[in-house]
Design a protein around this ligand. Structure first.
Ligand code: SF4
Length: 520
């Protein structure tokens, strides 16, 4: 096997014997076969000018399946590859790229091709979430065909860079439609303090990004005495009025995904994984793990949608009642010992407060904005993000999004006027909202986004971070700092080009980076 798509890849170069994430070589192989089949399906669709949503949905879900910590079920991945193969053959598609060729060849071309593939995997997750709520966009759909077909074609370096630039713009559109469907269905997020206390009695934990799954679970737990707690990237759900109106949505369980094996072991409740990041379930809680959508793990109970997209969560509810929850309320804490986390500073709330924020900048109360966001992960060097936020001067505001927030979102670092100094804007796809806020500030100050007192400090782990990064770069946002390590799939030459064009750089230490950014 060879896989180097995520930040925790072995030795910082690639997983070869088995995945650090737990992915087995046979699963990796089937994912590569699936990817090659999807490329061939896209190629025949492009050649014949076809754009049926049935095939596009298959490609979308196949890409989503290959995201890190999503699907560990070799047989299910192989079955999906078979489904794609049958569609390809029916459409008359022939030539197939060999799985070994996916990640081989010229180092720089391999780097650029991988970046596009991994970006497409990330965007597929966002498009899937919008699609299950009835929203899609033909430009995004068609780009799955264009992008996947491009992976088997020869392009010069400049051609690949143009594709990546175009892809970044399409992913912005994709995040926009997801923002529209989330806010359209559940309202604009409003600020809320999310407790980390688990009340006594039966409960269910729901993890991942799929707000539609949470909505269905809440509708099915209304008035039956079973509470619901978010986990990981589901935390921002508390800000949405139409989800929050269900009184059994009580709070958040635990911290970021990489702590689940420890945090779930004594949990007297079932957990539902709606997206990444599922880790190898430990014996102590494996019988309480449920999966849905493209998330699968061998022998775990999988809940499928019916033909109308409805899911029946009664097995989870029965299980929660049987386990009974904690006999007394149990206080949990964030990684810094805090008992609450703030959520709900979504795009519209921040924009509604733009006049006050602009005044605060003009009076000097806010000297700099940091967007400290992205994925969390295992590496101990990720303590950088906690220390960065702790050391950021008191006249700076920290915007955050995605599960990297758990490094510091239980800290109380004070307020500037009415605003807490940490504003949680939502899930990783809510990078769309952060971009709108940056554009609005640039408009108000009549300057370019790059001239704002704003620095992006990103943490990356999996492929959604890749598509978000490509979007930010396609918008011309410069001097982004990423960590905790550079992606293994970026070759030295490609890195050189990116640095020259965008000024992107690796984080160093909080003290040195803050001094450099604030020129102190
Ligand atoms: Fe390795 Fe990451 Fe690939 Fe898993 S997803 S096999 S950890 S590179």
């Amino acid at each position: 096997m060879f896989c180097f798509q995520c930040q925790q890849t072995a030795r910082g170069t690639g997983c070869t014997a088995s995945g650090v994430c737990g992915k087995k070589p046979e699963t990796a192989h089937e994912q590569d076969v699936l990817t090659c089949e999807m490329i061939a399906l896209a190629a025949v669709m492009q050649a014949k000018g076809l754009n049926s949503t049935t095939e596009i949905d298959l490609i979308m879900d196949g890409l989503f399946t290959c995201i890190t910590n999503v699907n560990f079920d070799t047989a299910k991945v192989a079955a999906l590859a078979g489904e794609v193969k049958a569609k390809r053959e029916k459409l008359g598609g022939g030539e197939i790229m060999q799985p070994e060729a996916l990640f081989s060849g010229d180092e720089d071309i391999r780097s650029l091709r991988s970046m596009l593939l991994f970006g497409l995997r990330g965007m597929a997750a966002y498009a899937h979430h919008a699609r299950v709520q009835g929203k899609r966009d033909s430009r995004v759909d068609n780009w799955f065909i264009k992008g996947m077909a491009a992976l088997a074609q020869n392009h010069p370096v400049d051609g690949w860079l143009e594709l990546l630039q175009e892809f970044g713009g399409i992913n912005l559109k994709c995040m926009e439609i997801l923002d529209a469907v989330n806010t359209g269905s559940y309202g604009d997020p409003v600020p809320v303090q999310v407790p980390l206390k688990i009340e006594k009695g039966p409960f269910i934990v729901i993890s991942g990004h799929d707000l539609h799954d949470l909505q269905m679970l809440l509708e099915q737990t209304d008035g039956i005495g079973v509470n619901v707690y978010t986990h990981g990237e589901m935390l921002p759900a508390h800000g949405y009025p139409e989800l929050k109106k269900h009184p059994q949505l009580k709070g958040n369980f635990g911290t970021a995904w990489q702590n689940q094996q420890k945090e779930f072991q004594d949990m007297p409740a079932p957990v539902l994984f709606t997206t990444n990041c599922i880790m190898i379930p430990q014996k102590s809680y494996a019988d309480r793990v449920y999966t849905t959508a493209v998330v699968q793990y061998p022998e775990m109970i999988h809940i499928e949608a019916d033909e109308k997209g409805r899911k029946d969560f009664s097995a989870l509810i029965v299980h929660a009642k049987k386990l009974g929850g904690y006999p007394e309320g149990k206080q949990l804490a964030g990684i810094n010992g805090g008992f609450t986390m703030t959520a709900g500073y979504g795009r519209q709330t921040v924009l509604n407060n733009a006049p006050a924020i602009i005044d605060a900048v003009k009076t000097g109360a806010i000297k700099h904005f940091f967007l400290v966001g992205g994925c969390d992960g295992m590496h101990t060097s990720r303590s950088y993000y906690t220390e960065f936020v702790q050391q950021a001067p008191k006249d700076t505001l920290v915007l955050t999004l995605a599960c990297g927030r758990f490094r510091f979102n239980d800290l109380d670092i004070g307020k500037i006027g009415p605003f807490p100094r940490i504003l949680d804007m939502g899930q990783c796809n809510d990078a769309y909202g952060a971009i709108q806020v940056a554009l609005a500030l640039a408009g108000a100050f009549k300057c370019d986004v790059n001239d704002l007192p704003l620095t992006l400090i990103l943490s990356w782990y999996e492929q959604k971070a890749v598509c978000v990064l490509l979007t930010l770069l396609s918008l011309g946002i410069k001097n982004i700092m990423i960590g905790p390590t550079l992606p293994a799939f970026i070759s030295p030459n490609v890195l050189k080009v990116l640095i020259e064009k965008t000024g992107i750089g690796l984080i160093s230490t909080p003290k040195a980076d803050l001094a450099k950014i604030l020129k102190k």
